[in-house]
Design a binder for this molecule. Sequence first.
Ligand code: FAD
Ligand code: MLT
Ligand code: ZN
Length: 469
Amino acid sequence: MNTIIETLQQLVGNPHVLTEDLDHYVTDWRKRAKGKALCVVRPGTTAEVAAVVRACGAAGVSIVPQGGNTGLVVGSIPDDSGTQVLLSLQRMNAVRAIDGQNLTITVEAGCVLQNLQTAAEEAGFLFPLSLGSEGSCTIGGNLSTNAGGTQVVRYGNTRELCLGLEVVTAEGDILNGLVGLRKDNTGYDLRDVFIGAEGTLGIITAATMKLYPMPAATLTAWAAVPGMTEAVAFLGLAHRYLGAGLTGFEVMNQFSLSLVDKHYPQLRVPLWKETPWCVLLENADSESEQHARERFEALLEAAMEAGCVTDAVVAGSMAQARNLWHIRESITLAQAEEGLNIKHDISIPISSIPEFVQVTDAELAANIPGARFVDFGHLGDGNLHYNVQAPEGEDFKAFQNQYEDRINDIVYQSVQRYGGSISAEHGVGELKVDRLPEHKDPVALDLMRRMKRAFDPRNTLNPGRVIRA
Ligand code: FAD
Ligand code: MLT
Ligand code: ZN
């Protein structure tokens, strides 16, 4: 009888079943965790994905789907049993169709986000999803994590950008839901069930996504703000002055920018030395550059008058704007250069963020001597990356062993008190699966568990992630 590896070789071809040199597939992006795969299978078509799922199901072998492996919650690598098949979607990367009048693009799941953006741009449209990992993450991964990124304040999360999905179910059937409809009330929304499911309910093989017209002009500014209260007030003014033109509103604390300055001095971070917080904001205008500039200047003037902003620079060219965004996107990398850290991807109602930060900072400082706070994130969405770095010079592993649980308790209990979420945009994965029951409504958890059992009765797909079956 064939082993499962031989069966998979017959289904997708020998070169696409890998059993050696798998480090890159089985190690998570942060190098926090490393698993072991029975093999990596790289199907090239939806029919092959379906055949692989059927074969694994019949053999009682579980599957971990993987796109770009940039996830931050340990969801895209196998466990350490050596019994799981890692199914990489990377060969399925084609742009299948663009419909300019319907403003849609249909792509395969393994299409790298940056390639999707470029395909849209070459056709004269904007695909607005934008993340620091866009050079490697895939649209299938973005959908499966319901990724957020830096344009959510205007365009929403990946979920809001998706109209239709093609999915291979846990039974190996192909669900053809690749519709380009903005309205379709024909029963339960199965598309939304698979989005954000982190590969636990089905394998996304293709998607129809929304396109937008290119803005006439996009301006970027960098502002020094004296505190989080002022940053939130500034956000309110930005909504008022820019309306739908406000496409990004990011906040960064001084320590996070000091790490960028330390590890990437060539980026020349502006204003950070003189202020506890900086804001990066973007205005995309459908009229003209002049109109965009006038609105931006009026906003900054009002913000300075109100004391929300103490200093600001508006990028004078696309290159300058790109550099400002590059600084913001480099915080994650600079943080990693500094050493492993304890990440929290949280959301809080925007009105409560200043108090949350003040209270939680104080509680952490009192309990975790010398801890350094790398706080930044998508303030426009109420989403902070509220991360804790070991004291300077201290061994991370020792720090993690001693303090990680305590730090997570402090942060997550505070998040709960302020009505927030312990995962705003990165997902649950393995990292937060055992924290979820403390923070999720028990009825919601029960329904989730029942959904998992209904969609994946044999627990084939990414077991142990999101919810324990
Ligand atoms: P993977 O990491 O491969 O997988 C993620 C999860 O989705 C896993 O559970 C996996 O099993 C599942 N999965 C992958 N593909 C499929 C599929 N086709 N079908 C079913 N399940 C699948 N995230 C944000 O939300 N906002 C950010 O701003 C952001 N910035 C980042 C910056 C950096 C530098 C890095 C390293 C990460 C960042 N992330 C961010 C996290 C990460 O990039 C996103 O979660 C991204 O959506 C993951 O895509 P991926 O293709 O790498 O998925
Ligand atoms: C970001 O906003 O840069 C990402 O979500 C990555 C991170 O949290 O480090
Ligand atoms: Zn983020």
